[in-house]
Design a protein around this ligand. Structure first.
Ligand code: AP5
Ligand code: ZN
Length: 216
């Protein structure tokens, strides 16, 4: 199945996408991860977008559509999980066109609903493993051994440059202004499923599984 995980910063898109990769062999396409990789590897595009991202603003449609187009040329057996893309109506149209060209379609758009207060707590407590990408939280998902990744044993645990209250405020504004119109867009296309993203990680995973298995 090809699905979109739609939701504000901190809704849990990345957390759930990683599980789907492990459990169902799906392929995660996170434009945020792709942009951070471009920045870490010091490419020209990476350097250009780093400042925009740190402030919490959206990168141009042209750049992110280009990144997705590159990845979509290889097909995925288990299907694609679009994580953090599309984020504008222009990106949504472009995704529809790209999938159409490949003879594929979207099977579900899953809106993860979380209120702003919870988002602040999630974002300010988040850290990730710089080696395997596992996502943690100081309170809701700490590592078993302090300072060491449970999955790969790395001690390279990092916090993101945009995970501070000020950038988060901009990210939320961008979400409500530019991304939330996609909820109506996909509702009218008949693809939208809304779930409670405030529930525990396991419960959210269960809601997504029911949608993918056709009983949600
Ligand atoms: P991106 O990397 O996509 O960030 P985001 O949308 O802000 O989303 P996050 O990664 O912050 O949150 P998430 O929903 O994945 O939550 P997570 O699972 O980590 O984008 C970053 C920037 O790149 C953008 O601001 C923009 O500049 C640019 N960009 C990217 N894509 C773009 C595009 N398409 N167009 C233009 N610009 C683009 O969870 C958060 C925390 O909560 C973690 O600590 C986790 O452990 C915890 N948690 C998760 N689920 C639960 C739960 N159910 N209960 C309790 N805690 C939980
Ligand atoms: Zn790790």
């Amino acid at each position: 199945a090809n699905i979109i995980l739609l939701g504000p910063p901190g809704a849990g898109k990345g957390t759930q996408a990683r599980r789907l990769v492990e459990e169902r062999g799906m392929v995660q396409l996170s434009t945020g991860d792709m942009l951070r990789e471009a920045k870490d590897s010091g490419t020209e595009m990476g350097n250009r977008v780093a400042e925009v991202m740190a402030k919490g603003q959206l990168v141009t449609d042209e750049i992110v559509i280009g990144l997705i187009e590159e990845k979509l040329s290889h097909s995925a057996g288990g299907g694609f999980i679009f994580d953090g893309f599309p984020r504008t109506l222009g990106q949504a149209d472009a995704l529809g066109a790209l999938l159409g060209k490949l003879g594929q379609k979207l099977d579900a758009v899953i809106e993860m609903k979380v209120d702003d207060e919870a988002l602040v707590k999630r974002i300010t407590g988040r850290f990730t493993c710089g080696d395997c990408g596992e996502v943690y939280h100081d309170e809701t998902k700490p590592t078993k051994v302090s300072g060491t990744c449970d999955e790969c044993g790395s001690t390279n645990l990092k916090r993101r440059a945009d995970d501070n209250e000020e950038s988060l405020r901009t990210r939320l504004m961008e979400y409500y202004k530019k991304t939330s119109p996609l909820i109506g867009y996909y509702y009218h296309a008949g693809d939208l499923h809304s779930i409670d993203g405030l529930a525990e990680i396991e419960e959210v995973a269960g809601s997504i599984a029911r949608i993918l298995d056709g009983s949600g």
